[in-house]
Design a protein around this ligand. Structure first.
Ligand SMILES: [Zn+2]
Length: 76
């Protein structure tokens, strides 16, 4: 069951699947009110088209990459 696909047929590793940091409630408070970037609780692999979540990771290396730095890949 490692090859889960989203509604549009993408899977983890495809360009359409983005790593999105997910924060706890307290993390969101730090982010929005204090302007700090907390370490994410986990990383969600989410399709940018259908928003389906294909998996999660708590890999410390991924988390570290996503914290302490503003998101430099904002492309709407
Ligand atoms: Zn999709």
């Amino acid at each position: 069951m490692r090859d889960r696909t989203c509604h549009c047929g993408n899977r983890i590793g495809d360009a359409a699947i983005q790593e999105e940091p997910e924060f706890t409630t307290w993390g969101w408070i730090m982010l929005s009110m204090l302007g700090m970037t907390p370490r994410p609780h986990h990383i969600a692999f989410r399709c940018m088209h259908c928003r389906a979540e294909l998996g999660q990771s708590r890999d410390p290396k991924l988390l570290a990459r996503r914290s302490g730095r503003p998101n430099n890949s904002v492309s709407a």
